[in-house]
Design a protein around this ligand. Structure first.
Ligand SMILES: *Cc1c(COP(=O)(O)O)cnc(C)c1O
Length: 396
C-alpha cells in the first residue's frame, strides 16, 4: 500500500506550499529527476541517535548515501566515520575528515585495500576469520583489529550476519592466534541486520559479547577495550515505529552491565540518512491499461527506486498536484523493461505530462544502487541547508 496525504492541517499546507516552491525552483535549476538531500534532517537524525545512545561514539557508515554534504555535515556535528572501501576512504579524505575519526570495517580486504586505508591514517580494521587475520602480520605495527561476530536476524532488511561474522568460539580462536602473532585486537563488533525492528537483537548480541570479553580476560589474553554494536537502527517508513529514544531504551539498559573501561561505538547508516532525501520525478507520458492510468516517469526501478529491488523499498509517495479526485494509477519507470514499475496500487489525481511526483524517506540505499540502464540519467543529488563553515569553528 502506498500512503498518501489526505487530511492536511493548515500548518502542513503552509509547509507543503513552501516545499513545492523549493522543488519547482530546484527542478528548474537541475532538471528532473532529482534527489533533494536536506542536511538539516541529517543533523536532526544524528542528534536524535546520539541523545538516545549518549555513551556511544557514532561512526556514520557511508554505504547508504556516500555524499560529501552528508560527510561534512556530520563532521561539523563531531561524528566519526565507518568506511568499507577505497572509494569511501577517498571521499572522507577529500572532505578533510581526520583519519583518526575513521574505522575500516569490511571483513574481507585485499592487501591493497588495507594499505590504502593505512596510507590515509585509518588503522582500525575488522576480521572474522583466520585467513583475514594473517593478512595483518605484515601490518601489525600499525593496525588494530575488531573481531566481527555473527548474530543471525531473518527479520532484518539485510541479514548481514549471513555473509559476515563468526561464532564466539571462532572469535576466541582468532583472538588467541592474534596474540601468538603479535597482532593487536582492540575489541569485538557485530551488525544485527539493517532496519532491525526489535531492540532485543542488540541486547542479546551485547550480552554475548560481554561474555566473550570476560572469557578473553579470564584466559589472560590482552583486555579488549572496544565493543562496536554496528548499524541497523530502524527508521519509520510506514508510521508504525516507536521513536528512536524508546527503541534504544533496552540497549541503554544492557550497556549499564558492561565494564566502565569498555568503549562502545556504533556504525549507523540508514538511520542518519533515510529521512533526509526526497525524490522528485516527472511524467514523461501516459496510457490507459486495464482501467488504470499508467504514468511513465523519468526515474524508476533501475534508478532511484532500485531500493524496491535491493532494499524492500516502499516509500511514501504522492503527486505534487495533490487536490482533486483520485483514480487508480500505476507509476512506471522510463526503461523499456516491464519489471520497471515503481507502484502498481496508487491513487493519484489526473496528472499531465511534466507533472511531478514526490517520494519520501529515500536517503538510504536508493541512488547508491541505481544504474544507467537504457542510458536514462541517474537523478542528481542536490544538497540543501548545508552549513558551509570552516572546520576550525567546530573545533576540529
Ligand atoms: C551497511 C553497514 C552498516 C550500516 O548499516 P545500517 O543498517 O544502514 O545502519 C554499518 N556497518 C557495516 C559493517 C555495514 O556493512
Amino acid at each position: 500500500m502506498i500512503r498518501s496525504i489526505e487530511n492536511t492541517s493548515a500548518v502542513q499546507l503552509d509547509t507543503r506550499a513552501s516545499e513545492t516552491d523549493m522543488i519547482h525552483r530546484l527542478v528548474a535549476q537541475h532538471d528532473s529527476p532529482l534527489m533533494i538531500l536536506d542536511c538539516d534532517v541529517v543533523r536532526r537524525q544524528y542528534r536524535a541517535l546520539q541523545a538516545a545512545l549518549p555513551n556511544v561514539v557514532l561512526h556514520f557508515a557511508l554505504k547508504p548515501m556516500p555524499h560529501p554534504a552528508v560527510v561534512s555535515t556530520l563532521l561539523q556535528e563531531g561524528a566519526y566515520f565507518d568506511l568499507a572501501t577505497n572509494g569511501e576512504v577517498d571521499l572522507v579524505k577529500s572532505v578533510g575528515v581526520p583519519a583518526d575519526r575513521t574505522i575500516q570495517t569490511h571483513p574481507i580486504k585485499r592487501d591493497s585495500d588495507i594499505r590504502h586505508a593505512l596510507d590515509y591514517g585509518c588503522n582500525t580494521f575488522v576480521v572474522d576469520n583466520l585467513n583475514e587475520l594473517e593478512k595483518f602480520i605484515a601490518h601489525k605495527d600499525q593496525a588494530e583489529l575488531l573481531v566481527r561476530l555473527s548474530f543471525r536476524n531473518a527479520d532484518a532488511y539485510a541479514d548481514l550476519s549471513k555473509k559476515f561474522g563468526c561464532s564466539s568460539e571462532q572469535a576466541f580462536e582468532i583472538i588467541s592466534r592474534a596474540f601468538e602473532l603479535g597482532i593487536r585486537i582492540r575489541g569485538l563488533s557485530f551488525h544485527v541486520g539493517s532496519q532491525t525492528m526489535d531492540p532485543q537483537k542488540y541486547v542479546s548480541a551485547i550480552a554475548s559479547c560481554a561474555k566473550l570479553i570476560q572469557q578473553v580476560a579470564d584466559a589472560g589474553l590482552p583486555a579488549l577495550s572496544t565493543l562496536d554494536i554496528g548499524g541497523g537502527f530502524p527508521v519509520d517508513y510506514d508510521g508504525s515505529l516507536q521513536p528512536i529514544d524508546e527503541f534504544c531504551a533496552p540497549i541503554r539498559e544492557v550497556m549499564t552491565t558492561l565494564p566502565d573501561t569498555l568503549k562502545v561505538i556504533a556504525e549507523p547508516g540508514r538511520f542518519i540518512v533515510a529521512p533526509a532525501a526526497i525524490n522528485v520525478c516527472s511524467v514523461m507520458g501516459q496510457a490507459q491499461r486495464d482501467g488504470k492510468t499508467w504514468y511513465y516517469m523519468d526515474d524508476g526501478i533501475y534508478g532511484s527506486f532500485s531500493g524496491n529491488v535491493f532494499d524492500h523499498g516502499n516509500y511514501p509517495m504522492d503527486a505534487i498536484k495533490w487536490h482533486g479526485e483520485r483514480y487508480p494509477s500505476v507509476l512506471a519507470g522510463p526503461t523499456c523493461d516491464s519489471i520497471d514499475v515503481i507502484a502498481e496500487e496508487i491513487m493519484l489525481p489526473k496528472l499531465n505530462n511534466g507533472d511531478m511526483v514526490v517520494s519520501r524517506m529515500m536517503g538510504a540505499y536508493s541512488t547508491v544502487t541505481a544504474t544507467d540502464f537504457n542510458f536514462f540519467k541517474r537523478a542528481e543529488v542536490v544538497a540543501i541547508n548545508q552549513v558551509i563553515e570552516q572546520l576550525a569553528v567546530a573545533g576540529l
